[in-house]
Design a protein around this ligand. Structure first.
Ligand SMILES: C[S@@+](CC[C@H](N)C(=O)[O-])C[C@H]1O[C@@H](n2cnc3c(N)ncnc32)[C@H](O)[C@@H]1O
Length: 189
């Protein structure tokens, strides 16, 4: 996401708490010759703001973007870091994501929950939609093949066995569901 935004932005600061992914992002930014992107290893939930110190100058965002990681603290910190008129845009997990596995992501929101969080944090919601696609399978084998890259993670978090039970009971779908949101920091009261 940071790499895609860089050509459109003055500066981009990408945050992830996983140092390996940050190394990979730095490597890709270097390979693409992008000079206006910096990356930070950090817990976005623990930061008190998204203002980035750079050579004694503080870079304040006018746009905060989150891709497949959204949380209450992230939205509140974005509100604190943006001036009125600044925007927050994100794609996050919707509660129906992989609903066949019987376990919603701890980062998932439904439409009302997302709208409430944004409004309470001081945002005006300009766009909020659910993007959903449901894969339909003809057989259990096809359904298992669709989840092949997910098996290890799903075994670790208990989703795998629920998905198997869903297939045993005749289910033949796998749902992807994302919330796509753009919100603008309201003028301070
Ligand atoms: C589904 S991945 C998306 C990665 C990346 N944003 C992208 O669009 O390709 C979710 C990412 O959120 C990161 N993450 C989860 N909790 C986080 C937190 N509290 N602070 C920073 N990053 C976090 C994970 O390390 C993981 O890389």
């Amino acid at each position: 996401m940071a790499l895609a935004l860089a050509p459109l932005a003055g500066r981009v600061v990408g945050i992830d708490r996983d140092p390996d992914l940050i190394d990979e992002a730095r490597r890709r930014a270097g390979a693409a010759g992008l000079l206006n992107v910096q990356f930070v290893v950090g817990d976005a939930d623990a930061l008190t703001d998204f203002v980035h110190p750079d050579d004694g100058v503080e870079i304040q965002p006018d746009l905060v973007v989150a891709h497949l990681f959204v949380s209450d603290p992230l939205v509140r910190t974005a509100a604190k870091s943006l001036d009125p008129g600044g925007a927050l845009a994100f794609v996050g997990f919707h509660v129906d994501q992989w609903k066949e596995t019987g376990r919603r992501s701890r980062f998932a929101y439904d439409e009302d929950g997302a709208r409430r969080l944004l409004t309470e944090s001081g945002f005006l919601v300009e766009h909020l939609e659910v993007e959903r696609s449901v894969q339909q399978f003809r057989s259990v084998e096809e359904a298992l093949a669709a989840a092949i890259g997910l098996e290890e993670r799903w075994r670790a978090d208990g989703r795998w066995f629920r998905y198997i039970r869903f297939l045993e009971e005749g289910g033949r779908t796998l749902t992807q569901s994302h919330l796509v949101v753009k919100a603008r920091r309201a003028a301070l009261a």
